[in-house]
Design a protein around this ligand. Sequence first.
Ligand code: ADP
Ligand code: MG
Ligand code: MG
Length: 212
Amino acid sequence: MGLDVAWAERWVRRTADAVAGAKDELTELDRQIGDGDHGENLNRGFQAVLAKLDEPGAPERADVGDVLMLVATTLMSKVGGASGPLYGTAFLRAAKRSARPSIDESGVVVLLDAALEGVTSRGKAQVGEKTMVDALAPAVEAATAAADAGSDPVEVLRAAADAADAGATGTIPLVATKGRASYLGERSAGHEDPGARSTALLLRAALDAALD
Ligand code: ADP
Ligand code: MG
Ligand code: MG
């Protein structure tokens, strides 16, 4: 079974729901080590994505990549701050590699790998710098291992979501060396990175959309 355009649209809707529900939590995390706007930023972005998705007369979306491209362009224009261009580039790269009506388990790996490549090419962060990369990189690794072991797309997404979740939790003791949190130096330790948490939410939403 592949993941089709309807899945991609459900992913977007579930992400918008999850971000709306976690808005205050994400903002509170960002208040601890940043400027307290991550929840607002992402919620504004995904509400705008929802509006675009439901726009009457929108061109037909034939490929998974068409949905991801809509997310990319909307996040880039509506989300300020660091996370807008970072997530925008992630979805842009993922869209370009998903120009098909549906994706299989290796397509999920390609999508996630392209997203990570987008974030790192834009933000230059490596694993351990207390950013969204600390959720996304282990997700790519776990997804790759699951696909190599013969898992179906849903199980590949589950591996990615679980690894991202653990990766986000794992940012708590880290000292930030990229982004606003790096201004705090050692004082950034002891708080979860908001972008790593939102990445985990996004990947959980991708799994939930596949289980619908
Ligand atoms: P801003 O920091 O501009 O207010 P947000 O609050 O929306 O933007 O997003 C902050 C998140 O962006 C951080 O928690 C971190 O995960 C991520 N981030 C910041 N800089 C980088 C970077 N260079 N590479 C990867 N992720 C980054
Ligand atoms: Mg912020
Ligand atoms: Mg900001």
